[in-house]
Design a protein around this ligand. Structure first.
Ligand code: AKG
Length: 289
C-alpha cells in the first residue's frame, strides 16, 4: 500500500519509486533465469519471439537487448507480476481491477546496452481511457551511470505528443522540434528489489549504459480492467485471462481525449528499439563497441 504522500507525488509528477518491494532472494532467482536465457541466446542469429538482440550479437559474444514477454516465458516473472505487495501499490493508483497488458525485460548490458528515445507509452497502445501505468522492477541497482530511465515531471498531464515522422509511427518524440525542454528530467534511481511506476503519458527515455554494471529492468504494462485497447480485442477469453487482480468487465470506460493510432508501421517492426531505428535525429548516443 502507498501512503497518501506517495499517491500525491505520483499524481503530481507522473512517476514514483518504491524501494524494497521484492526480497533479494527473488531478485537473485530472476537474475539467474535471465542469465540462463542470455546463455541460450547463443543459438539464435536474429530477433525471435523471446529475444530482441543488440547489434553485434554472436554465438561467441551473446548480446541480448530485451527478453520479450517474460511473464509468458518463465514462471518466476509470472509470480513477480502477481505479487500482492506490487498489486496493492498499483491498485492505489489505477484501481482494484488490474489487467496485464504486456511485459518486457530490458537488459541494458554493461558497456553498450542500448538507449531508448523519448516517448510516451500510450502512443504505442492507446486505450479507451488512460488509467494505465508501467511498473519497472529493478533486478540491478539503477543509477544515471548505468542508464536509468529519465522522466519529465508533470508530462503525464500533456496530450499524447507526435510520435510520427514522414507519416509513419516511429515511436519517439522529436523533443527539439516540438520545443520540449528535457533539462527538468528526473533520473529514476532505485535499488535492486525496488520498483518504479510511471503513468502511460509520462514522457521518458534513457541513455546508453556506458558503465561496467548491468541494468536489468523487468517492466509490466498494467491497465485498469475497464480500459480497452482501441486496436480491439480478438480473443476475449485470452484478454480476460490477463486480469491479475479483481474482475474482468463487460463495459469499458471511455475518456474524452484525442487518440492517434501507432500506424502506419515503419519498415522495421517489433520492439521499441526496432521501431525507433526509423527516428531521426537521435538524442541519445549509442555505444561504439
Ligand atoms: O529500459 C528503459 O530504459 C526504457 C524502457 C521503456 O521506456 C520502454 O521499453 O518502453
Amino acid at each position: 500500500m502507498l501512503s497518501q504522500a506517495q499517491i500525491n507525488f505520483y499524481n503530481e509528477n507522473g512517476f514514483l519509486v518504491v524501494e524494497d518491494v521484492f526480497p533479494m532472494d527473488v531478485v537473485e532467482e530472476a537474475r539467474a533465469v535471465v542469465e540462463d536465457f542470455v546463455e541460450k541466446s547463443r543459438t539464435v542469429t536474429e530477433h525471435t519471439d523471446v529475444y530482441d538482440l543488440e547489434p553485434g550479437h554472436s554465438p561467441q559474444a551473446p548480446r541480448v537487448r530485451r527478453l520479450k514477454n517474460p511473464v509468458a516465458i518463465h514462471p518466476i516473472f509470472d509470480r513477480m507480476a502477481r505479487s500482492d505487495k506490487l498489486l496493492d501499490i498499483v491498485a492505489d493508483l489505477i484501481g482494484p481491477d488490474i489487467r496485464l497488458h504486456g511485459s518486457k525485460l530490458n537488459m541494458k548490458a554493461a558497456a553498450y546496452g542500448s538507449p531508448v528515445e523519448w516517448h510516451q507509452d500510450f502512443a504505442f497502445y492507446p486505450h479507451t481511457n488512460d488509467d494505465l501505468l508501467a511498473v519497472g522492477i529493478y533486478l540491478d541497482d539503477c543509477t544515471t551511470e548505468n542508464g536509468c530511465m529519465l522522466m519529465i515531471p508533470g508530462s503525464h498531464r500533456w496530450e499524447i505528443l507526435d510520435h510520427h515522422q514522414d507519416g509513419v509511427f516511429v515511436g519517439a518524440v522529436d523533443v527539439k522540434r516540438w520545443g520540449i525542454d528535457t533539462s527538468s528530467a528526473v533520473p529514476i534511481v532505485a535499488r535492486a528489489g525496488g520498483i518504479s511506476l510511471h503513468h502511460c503519458r509520462t514522457l521518458h527515455g534513457s541513455a546508453t549504459n556506458t558503465s561496467p554494471k548491468p541494468r536489468r529492468l523487468f517492466l509490466l504494462e498494467l491497465a485498469a480492467a475497464d480500459a480497452c485497447p482501441v486496436s480491439g480485442v480478438t480473443d476475449l477469453a485470452q484478454f480476460n485471462a490477463k486480469i491479475l487482480r479483481g474482475n474482468p468487465v463487460s463495459r469499458y470506460r471511455v475518456k474524452d481525449m484525442d487518440i492517434r493510432l501507432p500506424l502506419p508501421k515503419p519498415e522495421r517492426q517489433g520492439s521499441i528499439y526496432e521501431i525507433q531505428t526509423a527516428f531521426r535525429p537521435k538524442v541519445f548516443a549509442t555505444a561504439q563497441t
